[in-house]
Design a protein around this ligand. Structure first.
Ligand SMILES: Nc1ncnc2c1ncn2[C@@H]1O[C@H](COP(=O)(O)OP(=O)(O)OP(=O)(O)O)[C@@H](O)[C@H]1O
Ligand SMILES: [Mg+2]
Length: 256
């Protein structure tokens, strides 16, 4: 890792205790470099979503600080939730343009159309601007959700188990497409997943968290060069790396 690389976000000794008394995170410190692809993995309930929401500024830490390299406001962040949560009554184009309209109420119709078309092209959904969510497959709805997250050209893409609900074939395909997009655009990505194989395939770095209250128990670089192709998943080196990440869980989690 290049020590001189700029930080996109720096999480410094952050804790979170909910008003219910639940201690979600014990102090967590994490520096995510600009342009990097990092995954957060850890057992259910260890505070991954809580950490992501705090990075996004959707909820405040109980103690500690988060420094962001982008100005406050939603434009700096693209958030992809596990459930695509598209507006069912609105077309694909209307769903994708919403964050742009919110961020920039004066935006021209021509600029809107150009940006929406561009985002849909990136996720391979050109030609679907007029479709409604019910007319799309689960994988296509997730692609719309990604287009909606990148249309504002965010500084960081926060993805919370975006592909967990998809079948393996679709998930692999979206993993490959996401990786290709990242290689072309070098967004900063912080990606949460339960799947060690998905984390190893996608990431340059895997941050492993302990059971709740979550803390970081391992921070492992993933050395495979880019571009990575589907064939990587069939190599011994890939299987070995998955086993090493699995071992960092202390045997508490099987490699799915
Ligand atoms: N708004 C809230 N109020 C109270 N407790 C909460 C709230 N949000 C999360 N928690 C609790 O904080 C802990 C961490 O939750 P979080 O959703 O961050 O875990 P997670 O690692 O994302 O889990 P999963 O992998 O199942 O999505 C859990 O015990 C959860 O019940
Ligand atoms: Mg979660």
């Amino acid at each position: 890792m290049n020590g001189a690389a700029l930080a996109a976000v720096t999480v410094d000794h952050v804790t979170k205790v909910f008003s219910s008394g639940t201690e979600a995170l014990s102090p967590v410190s994490l520096r995510v470099e600009m342009g990097s692809f990092a995954s957060l993995v850890g057992p259910s309930g260890c505070g991954k979503s809580t950490l992501l929401r705090m990075v996004a500024g959707l909820t405040d830490p109980t103690s500690g600080t988060i420094s962001r390299s982008w100005p406050s406001g939603p434009e700096g962040i693209g958030f992809v939730f596990q459930d695509p949560t598209l507006m069912p009554w609105a077309t694909v184009a209307a769903n994708v343009e919403l964050p742009l309209r919110l961020a920039n109420p004066g935006i021209s119709t021509a600029e809107l159309a150009m940006r929406v078309t561009g985002a849909l092209q990136l996720v391979g959904l050109q030609g679907f601007t007029g479709a409604f969510p019910r007319e799309l497959s689960g994988g296509m709805r997730m692609r719309v959700s990604i287009a909606r997250a990148i249309v504002t050209r965010p500084r960081i893409l926060l993805m919370d188990e975006p592909f967990a609900a998809l079948d393996e074939f679709t998930r692999f395909q979206l993993n490959e497409d996401l990786l290709a997009l990242w290689q072309e655009n070098r967004w900063t990505v912080l990606f949460v997943t339960h799947s060690i194989r998905e984390a190893v395939f996608l990431s340059e770095r895997i941050v492993v968290m302990s059971p709740r209250p979550g803390r970081i128990v391992a921070d492992m670089p993933v050395a495979f060069t880019v571009p990575r192709t589907a064939a990587l998943r069939d190599t011994h080196a890939f299987t070995d790396t998955c086993a090493q990440v699995g071992a960092a869980f202390g045997g508490g989690m099987a490699v799915p």
